[in-house]
Design a binder for this molecule. Structure first.
Ligand code: MG
Ligand code: ZN
Length: 281
C-alpha cells in the first residue's frame, strides 16, 4: 500500500510544549531580568546566544540547561497524539524558531524524537568548554531571507521559506496539516492550498491573524486548545483525510476498471475497499 500522504508540520514552542522553551530556561536559571534589559538591543536569536554565554560565565552548565528543559511540561494527551499520528502513517516534521539542542533534549526526554523525520530550527552546538552556542537559521548578516510578509518573520527565520522548500521537495501530492500559535507561523500558512489544513492555537497570535484576514489562508482552519482538545482535533482530521484519500483511490480504481471491462460488478469492487484506520477515544 502506498503511503497515506499526510505531513503534519508542528511549530514547537507553545504548540508541542505548552510554554516557550527560551523563556522557561531563562526564568529557571534566573536570567529573565538581564534578558529583558538586553531585549531592545539585538534580535531574539542573537540575544539567546548571548544569554547562553552569560549563563556559562555564571557557572551554569549544559547539564543545568538540559535539566531545565526536561522539566518543561508536555501534556500527556499531546504525547499520545504525536505517537498516534505517527502510527497512522503520517510524516511528522518540526519548523521552529527555538534551537536544535532545546528541541532534541525535550523530544528525547519524552520518547518522541524518533517520531519526527525532520526538524527545521536554529542550529546550536556545545563548545569544548561546555558553552552552548545558538546561531540563526538564515544567516541574515550575509543575506536576508527576503520575506516581508506583514513584517511577521524574524530576521533569522522565515517559516514560509521552509514550507516552500518542503512543498517543492515532494515527489507526490501530500496533504499538509500545520499546527502553530505565533505570528511567525502565519507565513507558512499562506503557502498552503485547498486540501491542506491549518490548526492555530485558539486566542494566540496566529489565530488572530487568520481571523483578521478572512479568505487569505486557503487551507481549512481548525482551532485547538492545548492538550486534550489538540489531540482530538488532530486525530479527527488525520482520520478524515485518510478516509477521503481511501475513497478517492478506490474511485479511481473503479473508474479505471469500468473503462477496461464494463462487465465488472460494482458491488464486488466496493467490498474491496480497505478499512479506514480509526482511533477510539
Ligand atoms: Mg510557537
Ligand atoms: Zn516569511
Amino acid at each position: 500500500m502506498a503511503g497515506v500522504g499526510i505531513i503534519v508540520v508542528f511549530d514547537f514552542d507553545k504548540t508541542i510544549i505548552e510554554c516557550d522553551s527560551d523563556e522557561w530556561v531563562l526564568e529557571a536559571l534566573g536570567a529573565t531580568h538581564l534578558f529583558n534589559q538586553l531585549r531592545p538591543t539585538m534580535p531574539w536569536n542573537r540575544l539567546m546566544d548571548t544569554m547562553m554565554t552569560e549563563l556559562h560565565s555564571q557557572g551554569k552548565t549544559i547539564e543545568d540547561i538540559a535539566e531545565c528543559l526536561k522539566s518543561i511540561p508536555l501534556h500527556p494527551r499531546l504525547v499520545a497524539a504525536i505517537k498516534s499520528a505517527y502510527a497512522l502513517g503520517c510524516e511528522l516534521r518540526i519548523v521552529s524558531d527555538a534551537n536544535v539542542f532545546f528541541i532534541e533534549t525535550i523530544l528525547k526526554h519524552h520518547g518522541l524524537f524518533d517520531c519526527f523525520s525532520e526538524i527545521n530550527t536554529n542550529p546550536s552546538f556545545i563548545e569544548e568548554d561546555g558553552k552552548l552556542r545558538i546561531f540563526p537559521f538564515h544567516d541574515f548578516s550575509v543575506s536576508s531571507h527576503g520575506c516581508s510578509t506583514f513584517d511577521l518573520c524574524p530576521p533569522n527565520m522565515c517559516k514560509g521559506r521552509i514550507m516552500e522548500r518542503i512543498l517543492v521537495s515532494l515527489e507526490t501530492k501530500k496533504r499538509i496539516i500545520y499546527l502553530g500559535d505565533g505570528k511567525g507561523d502565519y507565513c507558512p500558512c499562506l503557502k498552503l492550498g485547498e486540501g491542506d489544513l491549518v490548526m492555530p492555537r485558539k486566542d494566540f497570535p496566529l489565530w488572530d491573524l487568520i481571523a483578521c484576514n478572512p479568505g487569505v489562508v486557503k487551507a481549512e482552519v481548525h482551532g485547538w486548545s492545548y492538550g486534550e482538545d489538540q489531540e482530538r482535533n488532530l486525530l479527527q482530521l488525520v482520520n478524515r483525510i485518510l478516509l477521503e484519500e481511501e475513497n478517492r483511490s478506490s474511485q479511481q480504481m473503479l473508474s479505471a476498471e469500468c473503462k477496461l471491462q464494463t462487465t465488472v460488478p460494482i458491488p464486488a469492487a466496493q467490498e474491496a475497499l480497505p478499512q479506514a484506520l480509526r482511533v477510539s477515544h
